[in-house]
Design a protein around this ligand. Structure first.
Ligand SMILES: *[C@@H]1O[C@H](CO)[C@@H](O)[C@H](O)[C@H]1NC(C)=O
Ligand SMILES: *[C@@H]1O[C@H](CO)[C@@H](O)[C@H](O)[C@H]1NC(C)=O
Length: 575
């Protein structure tokens, strides 16, 4: 048994103060946490009881084979699950996790080399969202690329590396872990300034969660690179991290008081995206810093209230619940997937953000109320004014108790809609509360475990968020482009025109409205030349427009890889 290393003083302090927690949430978690641990491990290869066929270290999203088929491994989900596993292992909770983490490292080192529709290891393949569980490429149509996978995987592996270095095992980091991290950080540094699909795989644009996790990975990656003596790489990551942090500020919507989740997609932008970004970028040393949208920052709290409130009237199971009490929450109010239902992992994320906030308030022995967070705090004390309330004030106690009860309320909502065997699917029904969509979602279990850890006062490791400031002017980072001439043979009727759209910004990110017109100068060959990022594999389709009516080419998407320099062309036939 190796010795348990206490890594943060905050954890010790917070764990002794648990007076106001609700007994309902406490008893639910006492029963559910061991179930969540068991069921999470069951979804990991090679020996998980519900993950037959998964290679060693591979996390299946869910054992559900039909309606929906989730027997794939998503880089985002797997990395968030392993982030939770690494945190648990680092806290000394379960030594048997070590071997699993090493298997994850090996599986990802291999997966990075698998050519897929997003590219090869050097042409964008790291942005591929999901793979088969035997680590072969999934080649069907999908929302790709998704650029949050690489930074999330880097964060999980940096957490492990930091533990290894602290425990005298730098050589394993250098030989095995760092090469995987470096590829993900290089991808992130080179690609953060291009659009991709959001974490819900629906909107192709820039997305707050993606930007925020890219920033974190680059910051902690630069620190690790420095530790390993790689100073010029560290400088590259730091430079891009500053650019990303600058861009990250642009998601804040000051007049409405929330973080707009996506730059595209045509929705309100009130989305669990922002709460998830806050909890996965929690750095206790950064206090309530709003530049990195820390869980207790005024911007993140204001955004959280706006997000929660967007579900109060739309889910029947929330009816009759007072406006300042916990409710069921989902991904975003406009959601129609499976009818648009609450999700366990989003409801748990709300609780976790609040528990993280409580950890910091207790450690700093104060709560600050600003004009931005006033509406959040006035839910609990209608006359509270802007100001900083020290821990010996009545206002501090009132607010801390109220937020603790509020946070536990979200756990009690989950408890109410958890079946007797403790299994957690992806969603629960907005009217009946019955589970639906993918059963045993691995991410649902991870979400319970991380919310529980935060409730117990375990702060996550610091990653370097403290004291960061966003540069006054934002630098972009789009690399060189090369000309690609798209030629397609297409017979058209009078008034009909041919357009192209696809997976890269230059092809308007799959937008039929903004699709690029081709010229019929050589009819029936239609052509257009577009500058495309060099050495990039991308997907595209032609569309027809006649009197405002859009007709897409049939599946599958076409793919093409731009050259490193010079120009290239396609020779396509409408299909
Ligand atoms: C370093 O970590 C690796 C991976 O867990 C392990 O196999 C190896 O035995 C460790 N080495 C030492 C010296 O602890
Ligand atoms: C690229 O960065 C610039 C500067 O922050 C920003 O204005 C632009 O919207 C970014 N584009 C994408 C797709 O990230």
């Amino acid at each position: 048994m190796r010795s348990f290393v206490v890594t943060t003083a905050l954890a010790l302090y917070a764990s002794v103060v648990a007076a106001q927690q609700s007994s309902g949430a406490t008893s639910y978690l006492a029963k559910e946490v061991p179930i969540a641990r068991t069921n999470l491990i069951a979804n990991i290869g090679p020996d998980g009881s519900k993950s037959q066929g998964a290679k060693a270290g591979v996390v299946i999203a869910s054992p559900s084979k039909v309606d929906p088929d989730y027997v794939y491994t998503w880089t985002r989900d797997a990395s968030l699950v392993y982030k939770a596993i690494v945190e648990s292992y680092s806290r000394g909770e379960d030594d048997s996790l070590r071997n699993r983490i090493d298997q994850f490292v090996d599986s990802q080192a291999y997966l990075q080399t698998v050519s897929n529709p997003s590219g090869t290891i050097s042409t964008g393949g790291l942005g591929e969202p999901k793979f088969h569980i035997d680590l072969t490429a999934f080649t069907g149509g999908w929302g790709r690329p998704q650029r949050d996978g690489p930074p999330l995987r880097a964060t999980a592996l940096i957490g492990y590396s930091n533990w290894l270095i602290k425990n005298g095992n730098t050589s394993y980091v250098q030989q095995k872990v760092w090469p995987v991290i470096k590829l993900d950080l290089d991808y992130t540094a080179s690609n953060w300034n291009y659009t991709g699909f959001d974490l819900w795989e629906e909107v192709s644009s820039s997305s707050f969660f993606t930007t925020a996790v890219q920033h974190r990975a680059l910051v902690e990656g630069a620190t690790l690179a420095t530790t390993l003596g790689l100073t010029s790489l560290a400088t590259t990551y730091k430079t891009q991290a500053a650019n990303v942090l600058c861009f990250e500020q642009s998601y804040w919507n000051p007049s409405q008081g929330y973080i707009t989740s996506n730059t595209g997609g045509g929705r309100s932008g009130k989305d669990a995206n922002s709460a998830l970004a806050s909890i996965h970028n929690f750095d206790p040393a950064a206090g309530c810093d709003a530049t990195t949208f820390q869980p207790c920052s005024d911007k993140a709290l204001s955004s959280l209230k706006v997000y929660i409130d967007s579900f109060r009237s739309i889910y029947p199971i929330n009816s009759g619940i007072a406006a300042n009490k916990a409710v069921a929450t989902g991904r975003y109010s406009e959601d129609v997937y499976y009818g648009g239902q609450p999700w366990y992992l989003t409801t748990a994320a709300v609780a976790e953000q609040l528990y993280d906030a409580i950890i910091v308030w207790k450690a700093e022995k104060k709560i600050a109320v600003t004009s931005t967070s006033l509406a959040f705090f006035r839910q609990f004390a209608s006359t509270v004014a802007e100001g900083t309330y020290a821990s010996d004030s009545a206002t501090y106690t009132t607010l801390l108790d109220a937020v603790t009860a509020f946070a536990d309320g979200f756990i009690e909502i989950i408890a109410k809609y958890t079946p007797a065997d403790g299994a957690l699917a992806e969603q629960y029904h907005r009217s009946t509360g019955a589970q639906l969509s993918a059963k045993d979602l691995t991410w649902s279990y991870a979400a319970i475990l991380t919310a529980n850890a935060a409730r117990d006062g375990h702060a996550q490791e610091s990653w370097g968020a403290a004291g960061l400031t966003a540069p006054a002017t934002c630098g972009g980072n789009q690399g060189p482009t090369v000309g690609v001439t798209f030629n397609v043979r297409a017979e058209t009727v009078w008034g009909e025109n041919i357009f192209i759209t696809g997976s890269v910004d230059q092809l308007k990110s799959w937008s039929p409205d903004n699709a690029i017109a081709l010229s019929p100068a050589n009819y029936p060959i239609w052509s257009v030349t577009v500058p495309i990022p060099a050495s990039t594999r991308f997907s595209y389709k032609y569309i027809r427009k006649l009197d405002g009516k859009v007709t897409w080419e049939s599946d599958p998407d076409r793919t093409f890889e731009s050259s490193a320099s010079g120009s290239s062309s396609t020779n396509d036939q409408w299909r």
